[in-house]
Ligand binder design. Structure first.
Ligand code: SF4
Length: 60
């Protein structure tokens, strides 16, 4: 299992609010504007899945 960003739902045009929400600092944002999740850090708490206003974070 992993948390991934659905690029069809993320508008990648704003500072991702989930970066500050993640308790283990697993989310970062690249130059293309898409957030990415560091699978080594992520504990799959799903806080970002619940909080993303675009429902773009998914557990797969
Ligand atoms: S599931 Fe939790 S630990 Fe993983 S990226 Fe989202 S907020 Fe961070």
């Amino acid at each position: 299992m992993a948390i991934v960003v659905d690029r069809e739902l993320c508008p990648h045009d704003h500072s991702c609010p989930l970066i500050d929400l993640c308790p283990v600092e697993a989310i970062s944002q690249g130059a293309d504007g898409y957030p990415t999740v560091d699978a080594e850090r992520c504990i799959e708490c799903q806080q970002c899945v619940a909080a993303c206003p675009m429902r773009a974070m998914k557990q797969v």
